[in-house]
Design a protein around this ligand. Sequence first.
Ligand SMILES: [Zn+2]
Length: 358
Amino acid sequence: MSSSRPVPIFDGHNDALLRLWKRKGPDAPRAFLDGEGKGQLDLPMARQGGFAGGLFAIFVPSPRNTAGRGKDEPPVLDTAPGAPLPPPLDLATAQTAVWSMASILVRIEREAEGRLRICRTVKDIRHCVDHNVLAAVLHIEGAEAIDPEFETLDVLHQAGLRSLGPVWSRPNAFGHGVPFRCPSSPDIGPGLTDLGKELVHNCNRLKILIDLSHLNEKGFWDVAERSDAPLVATHSNAHALSPHSRNLTDRQLAAIRETDGMVGVNFAVSFLREDGRQDRDTPVELVIDHAEHMLKHAGEDNVGFGSDFDGAMVPKGLGNAAGLPVLVEAMRKRGYGEPLIEKLCCRNWLRVLEKTWR
Ligand SMILES: [Zn+2]
């Protein structure tokens, strides 16, 4: 089956805002809208590949990895067992960067002339997908910018924030992120703090999605125990296939199934490969292998994609958002019917977001 427009894909995670923030300059919105042949996601790449929308992450880098190429790649210093996590960030530093990245997205929308919209509801997203408008959902990866009274959370929600990960892979006031380690169990540290448990309650109150992707296993179960929303890991893979600390065990996948939640398969080669190596020469088929394992353990209504574009090294056969049709072809080759492909590419994400934001 072929058509002029590629199969629309809604995606659980990208770091385009981080790339544009690091790039600097008042023309950052134009760089995204017109494209400048850099990075893995901009509007021309999105349109070419059928990237219809996704969660746009705001991530505040630790000082020592600001210069790093990809943020979801293991920092060199963090590969040895027992190596320390990046140090915590202070509130003011985190807030300054969060406002700056949020403003980049706002300015992209303003300059987009209807080609991108910040979506606050699933109705918004569906309208965008139907009309070839890029659907951007504001997400924060690591809650360092959130104050202990949760005032910032209220304001950010009003500004469009619909998804938040309590931690990135470092400690903060809310919990302990999972370090980048392979091979390693995800059960590798303490879970949420008391304030982190309050954060779960406040996200539930505002119907903000709680992203489990960078939590260690204890943190995952801490959220599972008290959240009233479906469990969602926006960009994580199967630990059974790649024994990385960032990946999810079959028990975690089963918990996602039980709450009718969602897991987005991550394209980062180090979370795809059995050896966890940073090697661009990784077959695209591995993405489908992880999806297939998750279909078995999380269920066919609870799996989608979470590319990590602009945050990680992805298989060279995929390259960037323009390469997404390669993934769709790989699913067809695997014998997936069009209804299942549509679920994995978009329908599952929209259904679970609708339940979360209800
Ligand atoms: Zn991430």
